[in-house]
Design a protein around this ligand. Structure first.
Ligand code: AMP
Length: 404
């Protein structure tokens, strides 16, 4: 049977590992063929896989075992069940590339050691991303792996966007604004000129509104500022995170309530945001469907936060030429898009209500000074494309060295 090269994309979290498989060896022909996840890692692992038309290919409990064994199972399953697929590379979403990694990088023991050094900057995510890479190297040492970073896209920001007004020693030690969701923003930066070529050089506010949410000020396809900072806590309210909060609140919690770092971390990462304010859910759908006043308040706080940060970022760019909504809430919630746009009305944003309801690509009114778009993001495709590019250039460079 004809075999086609494919790339495995992995997004590893604390208890789950999301994956997708892309066929193709060039950017243009990347075709998503399978996606799924192993959930319940560490408790009751379960494997789910779907094809491109969302047909379930597998849904089964797995024996409890370590990550290496679970990844071994996944790779063998792909090679057995996915007809004609030959895995030639794995690409990983890695939350933190620090200041060193401004682009995706092929995994080597030295790179891995550097990435381990960044664990203190993202203790809740980085260890899981790295554990998946180490486990994969253990079971399939010959499979090339590439790390793609959520922070990398923001490295183009000017100094003043990346720096906190704190003593310089701390900044030099790495306490600075990194920004996240970079793979999503990079994908949008590539897609927008295809949708609206006249905006290739524009000042664009991209609203990545998912269970984690952030905004990016993009000029000519490059990040100039973003709402997330040192960690993924800053910026707009999220499913379970508060977004910007006066740091004095943390001192209050420590002094007056005797709370320690772990407790504060739980409060900020898991108990705040839409969930904390509504007391009902972290899922925007539940809030939209609820009659409870606290649900409406949570929704209002979210939209207020997005519009307020959006206006601040327009200031960072020295103006605004377009708005893009993306990710779970941005792509699906007619109500959130409409509320946020209303609040940005003074900047020249007016929606076409019918286009917004219909989830059209362009949802602004014909006479809106600022065009508004809904563009579905695709971080996995971005990682696949980076993985193949990185390996191709790596190979080309090796070939060049050999020829010299
Ligand atoms: P993401 O993190 O990008 O996968 O986004 C997930 C979030 O998108 C969910 O937690 C929901 O809050 C939100 N979401 C998904 N579908 C809808 C919808 N139809 N209406 C409102 N919110 C939605």
């Amino acid at each position: 049977m004809l075999q086609r090269d494919a790339c495995l994309i992995i997004n590893a979290g604390s208890s789950s590992l999301k994956f997708s498989v892309f066929l193709g060896s060039g950017k243009a022909e990347l075709e998503a063929v399978i996606n799924g996840q192993i959930s319940g890692i560490g408790t009751e692992p379960r494997f789910l896989a779907k094809d491109a038309s969302k047909r379930v290919l597998a849904d089964q409990a797995l024996e409890q075992s370590d990550r290496a064994a679970l990844l071994g199972f996944l790779l063998r399953w792909i090679e057995r069940e996915a007809e004609g697929v030959r895995l030639v590379a794995a690409g990983h979403r890695v939350v933190h590339g620090g200041t060193r990694f401004a682009a995706p990088v092929r995994l080597t023991p030295e790179v891995l050691a550097e990435l381990e050094g960044l664990i203190p900057l993202a203790p809740l995510h980085q260890p899981h991303n790295l554990a998946a890479m180490k486990a994969l190297a253990e079971v399939f040492p010959a499979l090339p792996q590439v790390a793609c970073f959520d922070t990398a896209f923001h490295q183009t920001q000017p100094w003043q966007s990346q720096t906190f007004a704190i003593p310089r020693e701390l900044t030099e030690e790495g306490v600075r604004r990194y920004g996240f969701h970079g793979l999503s923003y990079e994908y949008i930066a590539q897609r927008l000129p295809q949708v609206a070529p006249e905006l290739a050089e524009a000042r664009v506010l991209v609203c990545h509104l998912g269970s984690g949410a952030s905004l990016c000020a993009m000029r000519a396809g490059k990040s100039v500022d973003t709402s997330m900072g040192f960690t993924a806590l800053d910026g707009v309210p999220m499913g379970t995170r508060p977004g910007s909060i006066d740091p004095g609140v943390l001192i209050y919690l420590m002094r007056q309530k005797g709370m320690g770092a772990d407790e504060i971390e739980r409060l900020l990462y898991h108990k705040s945001g839409l969930l904390g304010v509504s007391g009902i859910s972290n899922d925007m759908r539940d809030l939209e469907n609820s009659d409870a006043p606290a649900a409406a308040e949570a929704l209002e706080l979210f939209c207020h936060g997005v519009a307020k940060q959006g206006a601040a970022l327009a200031g960072s760019m020295g103006g605004l030429d377009a708005v893009v909504f993306t990710a779970g809430v941005g792509e699906n919630s007619t109500l959130v898009r409409s509320r946020v746009s209303e609040k940005l009305g003074w900047l020249g944003v007016t929606l076409d209500a019918a286009a917004n309801r219909a989830k059209a690509t362009r949802i602004s009114a014909a006479d809106s000074r600022i065009p508004v778009f809904v563009i579905p993001t695709d971080e996995e495709r971005m990682i696949a494309s980076h993985t193949l590019d990185t390996l191709a250039h790596g190979t080309a460079r090796h070939a060049l060295l050999a020829a010299e």
